[in-house]
Ligand binder design. Structure first.
Ligand SMILES: Cc1cc2nc3c(=O)[nH]c(=O)nc-3n(C[C@H](O)[C@H](O)[C@H](O)COP(=O)(O)OP(=O)(O)OC[C@H]3O[C@@H](n4cnc5c(N)ncnc54)[C@H](O)[C@@H]3O)c2cc1C
Length: 396
């Protein structure tokens, strides 16, 4: 019998160290992040998109950090993108999400769009002129993505799409979405299309939320929307393999985004613990305070290196589905818990809007759900662990 694939059995390694180039890159990103950090709380409660910051980021090439150079990207490994997310996350969660969308969607366009669509859209996304979202979730199908009902049918010269998408990042402010639609009745008959929002029959909308406001998460209604034949991304029926490969990458990036947020909250808490005195002592003299900081930092550090391990495995071309799911489950949760402790350590101040900690909690709650909930990550981990045993059982 094959044993389940537990961590003890896993001796897979990928060469990993931050190169000097990556360390310089992280320092540059950190300097930029520090310059935008003071505006985070104000931007987070506004529905205005931060175009100026976005274009500055685009001009530095960061929206295409892992895109091959021949497509206009920086051609960096996935680990470098992790450094970008971690450092921007320490300053502004939503700016991190907009970079994340740029990385993810420029990657899909670069790899799967036809030459004409790629030439039209990719430079505009990379230069920060246009925003393209990712529309998989529907009112009737989220975790169970195979249940999507949006349909794409062939016409004489293209595709006609009908259906409703929801909870799609950038929907309310963007220019197009990468839309997953059913092109047959089988469970895997899902294909992917670029749907420009100026096509007739598309109605994008905003979902009111207290987190993620500036990135305009919303709905995309499609009624008899016709897109040209060349707006199909990849081959017909390959939507699910595209989703799986994308999520294996993006889940680690999101884990590091959350890590960045939490490190800022803990830095605020440690500064406060040095300045604030109670019972004649700085707060950090009380073990009840210093141990909380020690515990949260230890947990965050573990998540951070799990995320880089998943990214390094990806860069080495090794399987990393399980590790990415672990990061996506544990990362946002650990970050949320750390920020919550930072709130408590700040006393009443932490509960107020005078500090950004409550906003961070809202942002991290969204991070736990987007790109797959904790339960779905555990289903993936369990499938990876018990897959071999299950295969054995079915062969007997
Ligand atoms: C901030 C944010 C950003 C997002 N961005 C995007 C985006 O850009 N594009 C996009 O397409 N979607 C996006 N989403 C949507 C997100 O991917 C879905 O919300 C998520 O996949 C869950 O789907 P659902 O909300 O329909 O919940 P449901 O699938 O209805 O699940 C409800 C609850 O039941 C649990 N559950 C479901 N099935 C099982 C099971 N088999 N076992 C155990 N528990 C289960 C879930 O974990 C969840 O807790 C975003 C969501 C958020 C909050």
């Amino acid at each position: 019998m094959t044993h389940p694939d537990t961590a003890q059995d896993d001796l897979t390694t990928a060469p990993f160290t931050f190169t000097e180039h990556q360390q310089r890159f992280a320092t540059d990103v950190r300097a930029f992040a520090d310059s935008i950090a003071p505006g985070y709380a104000e931007r987070a409660v506004s529905e205005e998109f931060f175009w100026e910051i976005h274009r500055e980021i685009a001009s530095r090439g960061w929206l295409g950090v892992t895109l091959p150079r021949e497509l206009g990207g920086m051609g960096e490994p996935a680990v470098t993108a992790g450094l970008l997310m971690e450092n921007i996350g320490s300053a502004d969660f939503n700016v991190g999400l907009s970079i994340f969308a740029g990385i993810c969607n420029s990657g899909l366009l670069g790899q799967f769009a036809t030459e004409r669509v790629r030439d039209e859209w990719l430079p505009a996304v990379l230069s920060g002129e246009r925003l393209v979202g990712f529309a998989l979730t529907e009112p009737g199908a989220g975790s169970d993505a195979r249940g999507i009902q949006t349909r794409a049918e062939r016409t004489a010269d293209g595709w006609r799409l009908n259906g409703s998408k929801t909870s799609s990042g950038l929907a309310a402010i963007g220019d197009a979405s990468i839309v997953f639609a059913r092109t047959g009745d089988g469970p895997n008959d899902i294909s992917v299309f670029l749907v420009p929002f100026d096509a007739r029959g598309v109605t994008p909308g905003r979902i009111p939320s207290r987190g993620g406001k500036p990135i305009g998460r919303g709905t995309v209604e499609m009624e008899d929307v016709v897109v040209p034949e060349d707006h199909l991304l990849g081959e017909i029926g390959t939507g699910f393999s595209m989703i799986a490969k994308t999520f294996d990458y993006t889940r680690s990036l999101l884990g590091l985004l959350g890590y960045g947020v939490a490190t800022t909250a803990l830095r605020m808490a440690t500064d406060f613990a040095v300045e604030r005195k109670t019972f004649g002592q700085p707060l950090y003299h009380h073990q009840g305070v210093s141990f909380v900081v020690a515990e949260e930092l230890a947990r965050l550090e573990a998540v951070r290196w799990l995320a880089y391990r998943a990214l390094a495995l990806r860069d080495a071309g090794l399987p990393h589905t399980k590790e990415a799911a672990m990061v996506k489950w544990l990362g946002p949760r650990t970050a949320f818990d750390a920020v919550r402790e930072a709130v408590i350590l700040h006393g009443h101040r932490g509960y107020s809007d005078l500090l950004p900690l409550q906003q961070m909690l809202l942002d991290l709650e969204g991070l736990e759900i987007g790109d797959g909930t904790p339960q779905i990550q555990k289903l993936i981990i369990a499938r990876e662990v018990f897959g071999a045993a299950k295969r054995d059982a079915t062969q007997q």
